[in-house]
Design a protein around this ligand. Structure first.
Ligand SMILES: NC(=O)c1ccc[n+]([C@@H]2O[C@H](COP(=O)([O-])OP(=O)(O)OC[C@H]3O[C@@H](n4cnc5c(N)ncnc54)[C@H](O)[C@@H]3O)[C@@H](O)[C@H]2O)c1
Length: 249
């Protein structure tokens, strides 16, 4: 399948995991890709891997916590690619807390990276997406829908970003711009190693959210990113698309 020939895609969080797999999938299907991440070396590795396969990819560093960095990323991506057809918001972070110990500053940090950055990137990208009748794909989480004990800040931030996609889907529908969220369950990436599980959690409250089978591979999420971003999904907008191995059944 070559659904992205002549398409220009910006993928955040592309140094690793779901972002890297999405950048690679879009490039394999013909897209020119900007792989953006705070981990510049990782983004460069992604770009090199894509170029080694004959694809087009350039790496850019940005910090999702920094508004100006998010806006500058979109400007630079459009300058390099000449246009923008797809914005993939994958960069994100997770934390777990006993709710009674959760500090407002940590709640704010979760919202800044998982929602605030997406808001700013969408704001900067939408004028360009209007010009191409392009679309936005944002990685939310099954924890946006489930009652995820200890992941209160993360789950709330991921619910907010899915809600943001619905709002944009309606607000820009007459411009032909689609906006969707993907809600993965457990995915085999480094994310789980980047935050601490607090002592004294009740495992039963966490186990009730286990998927029916094993975790997904990032490539399985990337396949959904590519479908939803492609013209095949012309009629798909405002959805929160679950890929969770039956976690929420
Ligand atoms: N792995 C899972 O089980 C799972 C499940 C549901 C949703 N998600 C979501 O998927 C997305 C991708 O995560 P992943 O699982 O591929 O993990 P990952 O850790 O492999 O990827 C996250 C990427 O985001 C980047 N990043 C972190 N902070 C950043 C910042 N301030 N600025 C720019 N980039 C930054 C990291 O460098 C990393 O490359 C995240 O939004 C995550 O919340 C993951």
């Amino acid at each position: 399948m070559m659904r992205f020939t002549d398409k220009a895609c910006l993928v955040t969080g592309a140094a690793a995991g779901i972002g890297r797999a999405s950048a690679m999938r879009l490039a394999q299907e013909g897209a020119a890709v900007i792989a953006a991440d705070i981990n510049e070396a990782g983004a460069q590795e992604t770009a090199a891997a894509i170029r080694a396969l004959g694809g087009h990819c350039e790496a850019l560093r940005f910090d999702a916590m920094d508004e100006e960095s998010c806006r500058a990323l979109v400007v630079e991506a459009v300058s390099r690619l000449g246009k923008l057809d797809v914005l993939c918001n994958v960069a994100g972070a997770c934390r777990a807390d006993h709710f009674l110990e959760l500090r407002l500053a940590d709640w704010d940090r979760m919202f800044r990276i998982n929602v605030g950055s997406v808001m700013v990137l969408c704001q900067a990208a939408i004028p360009h997406l209007k010009a191409t009748r392009g679309n936005i794909v944002t990685i939310s989480s099954a924890s946006a829908i489930a009652g995820a004990a200890y992941w209160s800040a993360y789950g709330a931030s991921k619910a907010a970003v899915a809600s943001l996609m619905r709002a944009l889907a309606v607000e820009f529908s007459s411009d032909g711009v689609r906006a969707n969220a993907i809600c993965p369950g457990g995915v085999n990436t480094g994310l789980a190693t980047t935050y601490a599980i607090p002592a004294g959690i009740d495992p039963a409250l966490v186990q009730r959210l286990y998927p029916l089978s094993d975790a997904a591979e990032p490539e399985e999420i990337a396949a959904a990113v590519a479908y939803i971003a492609s013209p095949e999904a012309r009629y798909v907008t405002g959805v929160s698309f679950g890929i969770d191995g039956g976690q929420l059944l």
